[in-house]
Design a protein around this ligand. Structure first.
Ligand SMILES: [Zn+2]
Length: 347
């Protein structure tokens, strides 16, 4: 079960309980059954639906693929967000569902989850299909595509576009049907995706220990509230294999390192993940985790020669941009350079 569905179920349960309490405390005594049913239906429309939409929106937003992982960089077979619409092993009457269905807009790029060799094919059920014989020894199967970006026999690198989301074959809407064969049997693709590690960040942006005291002193000198929280940057950087100084540099660009006197709310999301700290402030550590995951995700498929920080800020990045301001990466790079000089020595 994904985090998303857990959240949904909790929301559903809470709302149901509330609705039942209201009904039994007041309405039941005074109104008849038809009105009760009418009221419940109304409650569903007015309360349950918006809450579910909100919960779904917040949960899946741009980070759906994060939920295939308990944390750390993730590998996704689709560029951008998707919604899991059908799980592995579902009983379909005449057969079991040996893959997962991931809904995404038609035309969205479908990605090689590992390096390997592709074979294109087609069938009545699968429509346009791709088999990817991974260099990790597994076989990956993609179905219902609208088109191919590769030809049979081609070697592909991890994260490269191999086809596009469609609804060919036995399908009721645009989605990817995705299967994984391991040691001769079909296995749960979500579990496999959790094990795959993307090779995304160049060396200078990957984790390295920092000199915490030096960083903290530099921040204190700048009158930054972050001076007391350098350990969080290091911990999250290590967990997600991101240079802690890059995370810090982003807070410099986004929020001038949270000057003394700034609100707790700003301190709770100095990365402005999910738009802005004004509307979303989960706390420094959690927002740092989201920022680190975002950096990993946006770093995939960097074309040769493109600056790694510019790539996560690039309008041509298929997974989106960390910030729309095109001078963002220049500012971040400058802060990173400064911080590296101050305290990149480790210790
Ligand atoms: Zn399917």
């Amino acid at each position: 079960m994904t985090v998303g569905s857990i959240v949904r179920n909790q929301v559903k349960t809470q709302v149901k309980k509330k609705a039942i309490n209201w009904v039994w405390s007041g309405l039941a005594a005074t109104v008849g059954i038809p009105i009760l049913i009418f009221t419940l239906a109304g409650l569903c429309l007015v309360i349950v639906l918006p809450i579910m939409l909100l919960a779904g929106g917040a949960a899946w937003d741009d980070f759906s693929s994060d939920y295939i992982s308990g944390g750390g960089p993730v590998v996704s077979p689709i560029a951008g967000s998707w919604v899991l619409t059908s799980g592995f092993g579902e009983d379909r009457g005449d057969h079991y569902h040996m893959g997962i269905d991931l809904a995404a807009p038609a035309g969205t790029p479908v990605l090689a989850v590992v390096a390997g060799r592709v074979t294109i094919s087609s069938s009545g059920a699968g429509g346009l299909e791709i088999y990817l014989a991974g260099e990790d020894g597994r076989l990956y199967y993609y179905a219902h595509l609208s088109g191919y970006a590769v030809s049979s026999g081609q070697r592909v690198t991890q994260g490269s576009t191999i086809g596009y989301i469609g609804s060919t074959g036995r399908s009721t809407g645009p989605h990817l049907h995705f299967q994984v064969k391991e040691n001769g049997r079909w296995v749960n693709p979500l579990e496999v995706l959790n094990k795959l590690v993307p090779e995304v960040l160049p060396n200078e942006l990957s984790f390295k220990p920092i000199n915490r005291n030096e960083v903290s002193a530099w921040l204190a000198n700048r009158k930054s509230r972050l001076a007391d929280y350098v350990d969080i940057f290091e911990r999250v950087g290590q967990k997600y294999n991101v240079n802690p100084l890059l995370l810090l540099a982003i807070t410099g660009q986004e929020q001038s390192f949270v000057p003394v006197g700034s609100s707790d709310k700003m301190l709770g999301n100095p990365f402005n993940v999910y738009g802005s700290w004004v509307s979303y402030s989960p706390g420094l550590e959690q927002s740092a985790e989201i920022a680190a995951k975002t950096i990993n995700r946006l770093s995939l498929n960097r074309p040769p020669g493109v600056h790694p920080i510019q790539w996560i800020n690039s309008p041509s990045n298929p997974r989106g941009m960390y910030a729309t301001d095109q001078s963002w990466w220049v500012g971040v790079s400058k802060f990173l350079g400064t911080l590296e000089r101050v305290a990149g020595s480790g210790g």
